[in-house]
Write a protein that binds this ligand. Sequence first.
Ligand SMILES: C[S@@+](CC[C@H](N)C(=O)[O-])C[C@H]1O[C@@H](n2cnc3c(N)ncnc32)[C@H](O)[C@@H]1O
Ligand SMILES: *[C@@H]1O[C@H](CO)[C@@H](O)[C@H](O)[C@H]1NC(C)=O
Ligand SMILES: *[C@@H]1O[C@H](CO)[C@@H](O)[C@H](O)[C@H]1NC(C)=O
Length: 289
Amino acid sequence: MKKNNNNSQQLKPEGPWFLFLTVLVLIGGALLIVFSLQTTSSSLLSCGGALGRRALPSRNETQLAILHYATSRVVPQQTFEEIMVSFNVLQSIGPCNFLVFGLGHDSLMWASLNPGGKTLFLEEDPKWVQTVLKDAPALRADTVGYRTQLSEADQLLKHYQSEPDCSTEKSFLRGNDKCRLALNKLSDEVYDTEWDMIMVDTPRGTYFSEAPGRMAAIYSAAVMARNRKKSGVTHVFLHDVNRRVEQMYAEKFLCTKYLVKAEGRLWHFEIPPSANVSGDFCYTTQRSS
Ligand SMILES: C[S@@+](CC[C@H](N)C(=O)[O-])C[C@H]1O[C@@H](n2cnc3c(N)ncnc32)[C@H](O)[C@@H]1O
Ligand SMILES: *[C@@H]1O[C@H](CO)[C@@H](O)[C@H](O)[C@H]1NC(C)=O
Ligand SMILES: *[C@@H]1O[C@H](CO)[C@@H](O)[C@H](O)[C@H]1NC(C)=O
């Protein structure tokens, strides 16, 4: 009975032990709150590692791209002057729908130069897609199967002349199995988007005859541009025009008369929708309406 009395005496609200414990709990709580605030703010504003950044829902892609190129020894193949051609168009019409044939060291740059727009990459090499996306998971890329080989470039022009499904009157890609220049198995998103800009910069520089070549990419870009329903032109950029096949296909399908700028190894075409022109891809006259 006495013992009990003693205990209750010490833990009474006005007792010294109670006061001591209360202060201890208060200090502990305050420390806990400060500590947890510090850890959240440091992970939100962090200059932390890549993993921390990737976990964030709203990272700034522009800043990440700057960081990437500032710490990378591999730079895009296009020259500053060549890049400026597309850059200037992006500045004037962006944010826009930008389709890029080829994934490379320039991909993060193109996506970052089109903030708020849709930038989609088409790449033939599935292993290369994995490699690039590992370092730049925010990029959007589809793998594309080509039905052509570089060595067939001349023969495919004859095929184009003789195959009715390649004709400009039909002018379709989705499910176009007969015209081998048509990229017939792209995703619905590619077919259903009106692309304001199309960059053709694949396959890579090493030029082997079994490589798919750019014939189908150039033909398909031309068909997409022709089929545009929105007002305004489609900007098509073709790199490596120092090569015979690129030149030949560009002149045939993107049309010399729509060439608006040549810079280094880059050609820039402005292709109007076919509704505005009549006749073949290149033998066209503006309708006088
Ligand atoms: C024509 S290159 C150049 C692309 C871009 N202009 C650049 O500056 O990186 C891109 C193509 O090369 C192929 N490629 C395969 N392995 C590659 C590698 N290790 N580095 C660069 N390109 C590679 C891919 O198919 C890709 O579409
Ligand atoms: C990303 O950072 C850049 C450069 O600091 C800034 O101009 C831009 O507004 C930022 N974008 C977003 C979406 O916060
Ligand atoms: C196509 O024609 C329409 C109607 O004449 C015109 O408003 C539009 O600007 C033209 N577009 C192009 C790209 O020439």
